[in-house]
Design a protein. Structure first.
Length: 379
């Protein structure tokens, strides 16, 4: 966030890790947008105290900058928006690149806190300061010295979901076929083929095989691994849903795709678009090499041309099964992102534009799903 001549968009999820406000279970999220030195910051909190107010602070090290107050109503929710100027923040000793944390509090009662990027312990430092410690203990001094010696990328608290390295893609044999969807019956037939490869997914070892080949310890390890995967996917989903509150919900396609929810993500500068939503590197194909000089920038060209993309969630039995990125484009080879190599192998006709190319990502594993029968336009 150092050059405000370019468009900047950052999200923050607020947690109650530092809360000392009794039995309430608050939560919140915020969005920061900036361009040309003008900064807009919005914040929403839920499950706080009813008909109350809290201060909102930017935190940098042990210092703070008060943005203003947020007020709650009878429903224990509140919304606040602030228009800021980068120059004013610098004068106050708060250049934007040094702001990484936010606290929501009233006097010494802390409601919520959170980090824009990595957890750099700035909230803990500020809390120690407001607790009016006469001086830092020897243990705190040693801790601060150790932090200075450790590279910044190694200093973190809990590992963020978005920083997980995606599992290597699993690709099944593709048979080229041309498919068009014109009716709902045809849609059902096509989607059965799209998801058919999931039945053949061997990424999870069957429980009966584990019993045959290993001891109870292996089974317990398996259960722990599966539980950890479920926990990570639930964290990712919660993060995504909080972010999607800021974007318009829509029904973009000609036919009603059952089980799908869609949000439109407007893009001002495709070159500056960052992965604030998980697995965005799959969209740009950053984890692939392209033989024969294939246009690896085709996805970004589509985003640049249409100024938006879609993010979707496909659910079965009230449980999210796939995350979906949809890039606008025609059912033509010229608009087919990376020729389908990165997973964009399903196309649906849209209402307001020609259509969208879809990329499916398994929620549990984070892997791209490659349909057995991809929809490929004729060159």
């Amino acid at each position: 966030m150092t050059n405000m001549t370019n468009y900047v968009r950052k999200f923050i999820i607020l947690k109650k890790d530092h809360s000392n406000m009794g039995d309430i279970n608050p939560k919140g999220h915020g969005k920061l947008e900036g361009k040309g030195g003008n900064i807009n910051f919005s914040l929403k909190i839920d499950n706080a105290e009813d008909n109350s107010y809290y201060k909102i602070l930017f935190i940098s090290g042990k210092n703070s900058y008060e943005l203003g107050k947020i007020y709650t109503k009878d429903n224990r929710s509140g919304v606040a928006e602030f228009n800021l100027n980068e120059r004013d923040l610098k004068r106050a000793g708060f250049p934007l690149e040094k702001i990484n944390a936010i606290l929501v509090l009233r006097e010494e009662k802390i409601l919520l806190g959170g980090y824009f990027d990595k957890e750099d312990k700035s909230i803990d430092k500020y809390i120690r300061k407001i607790e009016d410690s006469p001086q830092d203990s020897e243990e705190e001094k040693i801790e601060d010295i150790e932090e200075d010696l450790i590279p910044s990328e190694e200093i973190s608290g809990k590992e963020k979901v978005l920083d997980e390295s995606p599992v290597e893609d699993e690709k099944v044999d593709n048979k080229d076929s041309e498919q068009e969807i014109t009716t709902e019956d045809n849609y059902t037939e096509v989607m059965e083929e799209v998801f058919e490869d999931l039945e053949k997914d061997d990424s999870h070892t069957p429980i009966e095989d584990i019993f045959e080949e290993s001891s109870n310890k292996v089974y317990n390890d398996y259960q722990e691994e599966e539980s950890a995967k479920l926990h990570r996917s639930e964290q990712t989903l919660e993060y995504i849903l909080n972010i999607l509150n800021y974007f318009p919900y829509m029904k973009p396609f000609d036919i009603d795709l059952k089980g799908y929810d869609w949000w439109k993500i407007d893009v001002e500068e495709a070159e500056k678009e960052t992965s604030f939503l998980p697995y965005f590197e799959y969209v740009l194909g950053n984890n692939h090499k392209y033989p024969g000089g294939k246009d690896s920038g085709r996805a970004q060209n589509l985003i640049r041309k249409y100024k938006h993309y879609l993010f979707g969630i496909y659910s079965e039995n009230n449980r999210a099964k796939f995350f979906i990125y949809a890039l606008p484009g025609k059912f033509e080879a010229e608009d087919h992102p990376q020729g389908g190599d990165t997973g964009f192998n399903t196309w649906f006709k849209a209402r307001d534009i020609s259509g969208y190319w879809l990329l499916y990502i398994d929620v549990a594993s984070g892997r791209i799903i490659y349909p057995i029968n991809p929809m490929k336009p004729i060159d």
